[in-house]
Design a binder for this molecule. Structure first.
Ligand code: ZN
Ligand code: ZN
Length: 117
């Protein structure tokens, strides 16, 4: 199965969200704090052995805490397969590929158990 690709990526600074419209018509809204908590780089994952862990949308249902760490400054593309996110504290090591990003989608359709978190 190949992951759908984003068609449109919007950085919504008012709502502190990254909004991704996918080629298959799906819309994902990711709160910044949850995205940062889900950063897949070795440093944030807690070591090389934890890289490649599955996406966990539960991070998006925790309380937001504004601050440089959870402020998304810039969204960049890595080739045509992933995003890099640059945060207010300068961190930019995470590579969010499309499959990972889609797997993080916290909407009720993708993550039905959200109400029981
Ligand atoms: Zn990281
Ligand atoms: Zn979804």
């Amino acid at each position: 199965m190949t992951a759908p690709r984003p068609k449109e990526i919007t950085l919504d600074r008012t709502r502190r969200m990254l909004v991704v419209g996918w080629q298959d018509g799906h819309l994902s809204e990711y709160g910044w704090r949850g995205l940062r908590a889900s950063c897949p780089c070795a440093e944030c994952a807690g070591g090389d052995e934890n890289m490649g862990r599955p996406p966990d949308p539960r991070e998006f249902f925790k309380t937001d805490s504004p601050g440089p760490r959870n402020t998304l400054n810039e969204v960049g593309l890595v080739g045509n397969y992933a995003l890099t996110l640059t945060w207010g504290d300068g961190h930019h090591a995470g590579i969010f590929n499309w499959a990972f990003l889609r797997g993080l989608c916290p909407c009720p359709q993708c993550f039905p158990s959200q109400s029981s978190v």
